[in-house]
Each structure stands twice: as C-alpha cells, then as structure tokens.
Design a protein around this ligand. Structure first.
Ligand SMILES: [Zn+2]
Length: 163
C-alpha cells in the first residue's frame, strides 16, 4: 500500500471510469473526512495501484483506497474507524465504513467490527455517492466519541477485562 495525502491518491488510475465531476466530489468528501480526523492519529490515506483491477480475494478483501483513524491504541486495547473502497467481486466495488475494536472474548479473535456499513457501487449508487455516504458514517462516529467498551457493548461483545 502507498500512503499519503488524498491529493496524492492516483484517482484516475485507480478508477478510470470517473468523470471530472466525480473526482471533484471525491476530493470534497475527502476534505470533509480530513477535517473530521484532524488532531487524531491516522495512518493517512492508503492505496494500492495494483488493485485498480480486481486482484482476487485470496489475501482477503482487496482495498483500493482507504483511511484508518486510530482513536485509541494502547494497553492492548484498540478503537479504530475505517473508510475503504474495496472490491467485493470482479467488476463490483463497495465502500466500507467500520468501527473496529480489540477483542476481549475468551477466545481471542484479535479484532471485531462493532459497527459496519457496506455501500455497494452499482447502477443506483455511484462511487462518489457511496463514498459520500460512507464518509458521513465515519464523520458521524468521529463527532460523537466513545471508548472501545461502548462499541463492544453496543455490538454485544465482552468488555475489556479490568484484571
Ligand atoms: Zn472476540
């Protein structure tokens, strides 16, 4: 994965079907997300040029471009917010937005998505439309901060053990 500012993302190489207006829309939405994540720890925007075409799912869900906002990572705990454009099938993209927390189950699953939405890009939803809707989830979560235990409780997952 390459990493940098959204301005560095080679949008037209990754998504050759985008119109100039679509590109403008993506920039506008990314600007909204960048404002919402200001002052937080993030890994920045990441993208994979080799995922401009569907690479298969042998290595998991292929991420074309995404952002990981780390709200808390310490003491073995974790709370992250993700916004990603992914491939779900050959020729079919989706935008995933998720709240990701560390697992405190008896059996260690490493992490869980405590909340997640997937917006499939298709005839009814454009990539810019899906990106905007996913970004609105992300900025909504960021505007209403909670700790990881709040999200685990909401998802019916065990809380962090205090011992
Ligand atoms: Zn678990």
């Amino acid at each position: 994965m390459m990493r940098g500012a959204f301005d560095d993302v080679p949008l037209t190489a990754l998504f050759p079907f985008l119109t100039a207006a679509d590109v403008d829309s993506l920039y506008q939405v990314a600007g909204m997300v960048d404002t919402a994540r200001a002052g937080r720890t993030t890994a920045g925007w990441e993208w994979a040029r080799e995922h401009a075409v569907f690479p298969g799912t042998q290595l998991g869900t292929p991420v074309v471009v995404g952002l990981d906002v780390i709200e808390h990572a310490g003491g073995g705990d974790q709370l992250e917010f993700l916004l990603e454009v992914v491939w779900i099938d050959p020729g079919r993209l989706a935008v995933d937005a998720a709240v990701n927390v560390a697992c405190w189950c008896e059996t260690n699953h490493a992490t869980h998505d405590a909340d997640a939405v997937r917006l499939v890009v298709g005839e009814e939803t454009s990539l810019p439309g899906a990106f905007r809707a996913g970004a609105e989830h992300l900025t909504g979560w960021l505007a209403d901060p909670h700790d990881a235990d709040y999200w685990r409780a909401k998802a019916g997952l065990p809380s962090r053990r205090s011992d």
